[in-house]
Design a protein around this ligand. Sequence first.
Ligand SMILES: [Zn+2]
Length: 58
Amino acid sequence: MTVSKSNKAKCITCNKEFNITLKTKPFCSKRCSYVDLNNWLGEKYAIEANENDYDKDI
Ligand SMILES: [Zn+2]
């Protein structure tokens, strides 16, 4: 593996690199933020929920 540049970070959900300027940080995507949120809540929440839900603020 190569060393990441300073504007890259790893998604804490899926470990994928993404640009830290993304609004979804520290996640690579809203989907991953949902995954983490669901983990925090400890609830079995359907990740593949309505795509419109992804537009809500997190
Ligand atoms: Zn991710």
